[in-house]
Design a protein around this ligand. Structure first.
Ligand SMILES: *[C@@H]1O[C@H](CO)[C@@H](O)[C@H](O)[C@H]1NC(C)=O
Ligand SMILES: *[C@@H]1O[C@H](CO)[C@@H](O)[C@H](O)[C@H]1NC(C)=O
Ligand SMILES: *[C@@H]1O[C@H](CO)[C@@H](O)[C@H](O)[C@H]1NC(C)=O
Ligand SMILES: *[C@@H]1O[C@H](CO)[C@@H](O)[C@H](O)[C@H]1NC(C)=O
Ligand SMILES: *[C@@H]1O[C@H](CO)[C@@H](O)[C@H](O)[C@H]1NC(C)=O
Length: 295
């Protein structure tokens, strides 16, 4: 009797799971966020949560980053975990190039991770040889030499050909670090592909000051705000002013913060004084200002 009961329970669970899977795949397909505004990848790397105007919306109207307010300047943060000063970076939070990292108290009174400087030698492979890069190595992989270089294994990544040890990017999951290896069958799984153990884009790791000072990530023209890491950072300077957008809605619950300036959605920042290229900074999806070079 119990077994039957358990069995039924299991079936129900399976049907439920199945439905969940269908619904979530459908939702994923219907929502392509590549056209959503705002520094989405930046928000994700900080663990901010999307807030939608309507439940079924694809793009968030703002992100909830309240957890950042609860942080202590005497702790380091990675993957939502707290590290104490002098604590070593755990294996599960470490990427291949994070060597000898530990939480340090920082010269500006804000703790951050400090790591050994990894200086990868610039290797050049002699003829008939190549460097075999892989997910678990920081610098160029081991040198592989073949009698006949045309025998170098290949991978067919959705129609594009890569050679053994070459890196490729998967459009549907740009976070993945993938390297061609023999045996690749079009599945972007280990050992071919690996998610980073900590987000590469997050300012948390080396520069938490940028979060405390409400700085804005800066992208160059053509970068994708939902796929790419920011290229630099703009923090508030004495001469920065807000250019109000007269037409915008003045919803007080949708405000960006830049340094100690508050901006409504649609408001822009004056050109930075120290730039040689025009940069557009505006409040698109609060609370972080989005900056992008215009040329
Ligand atoms: C994104 O926007 C561009 C132009 O604004 C358009 O051509 C493209 O089809 C859009 N992509 C999606 C997935 O909506
Ligand atoms: C939510 O949906 C309704 C009806 O489609 C629309 O009128 C309203 O503007 C939407 N709200 C937001 C915040 O997008
Ligand atoms: C790569 O695979 C696709 C099918 O996924 C196939 O149509 C194409 O011919 C292959 N390309 C090469 C060069 O093997
Ligand atoms: C942006 O890029 C810089 C330089 O690559 C990096 O130090 C910083 O942590 C990134 N994040 C922000 C918010 O600026
Ligand atoms: C701010 O602007 C004034 C006048 O426009 C200029 O003299 C001053 O150097 C600027 N300050 C900074 C920090 O750029």
């Amino acid at each position: 009797m119990t077994t039957r009961c358990d069995f039924r329970f299991l079936i129900e669970k399976c049907v439920f799971l199945f439905l969940v899977i269908i619904v979530s795949t459908y939702a994923k397909k219907a929502c392509d966020r590549s056209n959503c505004s705002g520094p989405l990848k930046y928000y994700e790397s900080l663990g901010c949560k999307p807030v939608y105007g309507n439940k079924s919306d694809c793009c968030a109207v703002r992100y909830n980053c309240d957890h950042l307010q609860l942080r202590s300047k005497n702790k380091c943060y990675v993957n939502g975990k707290e590290y104490s000063i002098r604590e070593k970076l755990k294996e599960e939070d470490r990427n291949a190039c994070d060597v000898g990292c530990f939480c340090s108290e920082g010269s500006d009174g804000i703790a951050s991770f400090i790591c050994a400087i990894v200086d990868c030698p610039r290797l050049r492979a002699p003829q008939n040889c190549y460097l075999k890069h892989s997910t678990d190595r920081c610098c160029g992989g081991p040198k592989v030499c073949l009698d006949d270089i045309t025998q170098r294994p290949k991978c067919n990544v959705s129609g594009e050909i890569y050679y053994d040890g070459e890196r490729f990017v998967v459009d549907s999951d740009p976070d993945l670090r993938c390297f061609c290896q023999p045996g690749y069958q079009g599945k972007n799984v280990e050992p071919f592909c690996k998610k980073p153990n900590r987000p590469y884009c997050s300012p948390d790791f080396h520069n938490p000051r940028l979060v405390y000072e409400n700085c804005a990530p800066v992208y160059y023209q053509g970068q994708s705000l939902h796929k790419d890491c920011n290229f630099s950072t703009r923090c508030q300077k004495a001469n920065d002013t807000v250019i109000r957008d007269v037409g915008s809605n003045r919803d007080e619950s949708l405000m960006c913060t830049f340094g100690n300036l508050k901006m409504h959605v649609g408001d822009k920042l004056s050109q930075p004084v120290d730039t040689f290229r025009p940069m557009k900074c505006s409040c698109e999806v609060p609370p972080v200002v989005t900056c992008q070079y215009e040329i």
